[in-house]
Each structure stands twice: as C-alpha cells, then as structure tokens.
Design a protein around this ligand. Structure first.
Ligand code: 5GP
Ligand code: ZN
Length: 117
C-alpha cells in the first residue's frame, strides 16, 4: 500500500494519530472529522494515498465508487439516510482542499444549505 509519511490521513490509517473509526476494511477507512461541520461529519478515505480527485484513473475509479457505498451504509447506520445527507470531495485550492489524500465528506443531521459557500 502506497503511503506518505507526512500525510495526516496516512497517519490515521497507521494509528499514529488517534481518531474515532466508524468503518474499516482492507482498502477503506472512515472516521469522525476532528472539526465537524454538521452533527454527522464522517471522513471516508481509501488506504491508498491518492492526493486529489484530479489524480484518479480508470484503475482507481472503482475504489472511489466504493467510498460512496461505504458512505451510504454509514448514513443508514447513523440514521440520516431518510432525513438526507451530502457527500463532498474538495479538489485543490478553490474548493478549500486542506488534506491532500482524497477523502469523501459525509455530512448530515441538519439542514444543509445550497449552494455551499
Ligand atoms: P478538506 O478541507 O481537505 O476537504 O477536509 C479535510 C478535513 O479533515 C477537514 O474537515 C478537517 O477538519 C479534517 N481533519 C484534518 N485533520 C484531521 C485530523 O487529524 N483528524 C481528523 N479526524 N480529521 C481531521
Ligand atoms: Zn495519505
């Protein structure tokens, strides 16, 4: 598994930084965001260090699709599937990407405004 020793999310995968892990399998891990923007704010990531959505390929697209499947399952478990939720990938500066290891935000538990700021 490719990893980046400097990457915060690779450190979470390696348990070098603590987090509340809600889901894990061989390829994917999901944990609560440290600074939640909604009552439910989960970060879902591949264990493979891919820096940004611009870098995904036909080979990694299936893995990205599986992130969405995990998000859907967690939304059901966390009881926001019916009320609704938002899935977000931020890519690069204008979207405010702060951690350069692709991650899917699962946000819910309150009314989310549209368009986002
Ligand atoms: P981005 O802005 O890159 O799309 O989102 C990065 C997210 O990672 C932010 O919502 C931020 O709160 C979260 N985050 C940053 N550092 C940590 C950390 O050490 N632990 C956890 N659990 N979340 C983090
Ligand atoms: Zn990483």
């Amino acid at each position: 598994m490719k990893e980046d020793r400097q990457c915060i999310f690779c450190k979470i995968i390696a348990r070098e930084i603590g987090s509340t892990i809600l889901y894990e399998d061989n390829d994917i891990i999901a944990f609560n965001d440290i600074a939640p923007k909604a009552p439910v704010h989960v970060i879902i990531i591949p264990k493979q260090h891919i820096e940004r959505i611009n870098d995904i390929t036909a080979e990694t697209a299936l893995l990205v699709g599986r992130l969405i499947l995990v998000a859907k399952t967690l939304a059901e478990k966390l009881e926001i599937a019916e009320s609704g939720y938002r899935l977000v990938f931020n890519c690069n500066q204008n979207a405010g990407q702060a951690v350069f290891h692709i991650h899917l935000h699962l946000l819910g538990g309150r009314l989310l405004h549209w368009p986002p700021g």
